[in-house]
Structure formats: structure tokens, C-alpha cells
Design a protein around this ligand. Structure first.
Ligand code: THU
Length: 168
């Protein structure tokens, strides 16, 4: 507890997240395959405006892998990120299958990125809902040519988050 200027007490809340960084060859074969699927998916991105191609691959509880990409539009806000395209498709087709791991990769016209691409804020909110919906941790793999970031659940990507519990 600290005293503030008005003589009241101030409590500080610190939130910590842990991200593991590994090289591709240090991953399990299952994780490597999912990363490969996300990288491969970037080829199917529709990004004529940003030229930034994002691919995602979701490993479902039943072992299926669903991929998706960013889909842009001349009316920019009408487009959608790869993460949401992938999760919404997976959840539409297999609503009873938890998503256990989601791998994300991005490339410019030249190459994949040197640093892992973090999902945008709106995608983090959707990732969180997907994890919560199935009540099981959803691992996140963020690919880059150097390090691959591994998060054991979505909570780390969106601390102090809003979810359906507040609506009860
Ligand atoms: N994009 C994604 O697909 N995922 C992200 O996490 C960040 C951004 C897409 C949206 C847009 O098509 C392009 O990348 C540039 O922002």
C-alpha cells in the first residue's frame, strides 16, 4: 500500500504474463505441423490493400486442423483478420469441438516476419471468448523466422479482460 497526495491509500495491481520463446526445431511435431499449416495458409490470404498476408491454423479437440486467412475489402473495415476468419469458421462447422491450439503466421510480399505477429485487440477478445466457451486452455503459437512465442492460454494476451461473466 502507498499513500497518495490526498492522503488516501493506493493499491497497485501488477499483472504478469509468461511467454515462452522457442525455435522451430525445439517444438513438438504436432506444434510444428500446426505452424506449417498457418504458414502455408498465408498463401491463400486475400490482402490486395495491405499486402500483409496472415494465416492461422486451429487444432481442434478431435485432431482436425482448420485454417483461415485475412480477407480484405475495398471498404477496409469490412475485411477480417485471419484469426477471426479461422475461429468463426471452426466454431461454425464444429461447434462442439474445443480449439486446443491456434498457430498464427504472417508474411509481407517478401518473406515471413522476423518477430512474431501479435493478434490485434479485436481478435484477442474473440480468442478469449473461444477459450472460455469450451472451458479449456487454448494454446497460442505466434510464428516468426527467429523465435516462436508460445502462450499456454489466452489470458496472457488479454489481461483485465471483459467477458460474459459481467453480463450475468
Ligand atoms: N491482420 C490479421 O489478419 N491478423 C492480425 O492479428 C493483425 C492484422 C490483417 C488485417 C489486415 O488484412 C492486414 O493484416 C493488415 O492489418
Amino acid at each position: 500500500m502507498q499513500e497518495n497526495k490526498r492522503g488516501g491509500t493506493m493499491k497497485q495491481i501488477k499483472l504478469e504474463i509468461t511467454i515462452e520463446a522457442r525455435h522451430y526445431d525445439e517444438l513438438t511435431e504436432e506444434d510444428r505441423r500446426l505452424i506449417d499449416s498457418a504458414c502455408d495458409a498465408t498463401q491463400r490470404s486475400y490482402a490486395p490493400y495491405s499486402h500483409f498476408s496472415v494465416g492461422a491454423a486451429a487444432l481442434l479437440e478431435n485432431g482436425m486442423v482448420i485454417t483461415g486467412t485475412n480477407q480484405e475489402n475495398a471498404a477496409y473495415p469490412s475485411g477480417l483478420c485471419a484469426e477471426r476468419t479461422t475461429l468463426f469458421y471452426a466454431n461454425s462447422q464444429y461447434p462442439d469441438q474445443a480449439v486446443r491450439t491456434l498457430a498464427i503466421a504472417a508474411r509481407t510480399e517478401n518473406d515471413f516476419l522476423d518477430t512474431p505477429i501479435p493478434p490485434c485487440g479485436a481478435c484477442r477478445q474473440v480468442l478469449l471468448e473461444t477459450e472460455k466457451r469450451y472451458g479449456k486452455p487454448m494454446r497460442i503459437l505466434l510464428y516468426s523466422k527467429t523465435d516462436i512465442y508460445i502462450l499456454e492460454n489466452v489470458g496472457g494476451l488479454l489481461p483485465l479482460s471483459f467477458d460474459g461473466d459481467y453480463l450475468k
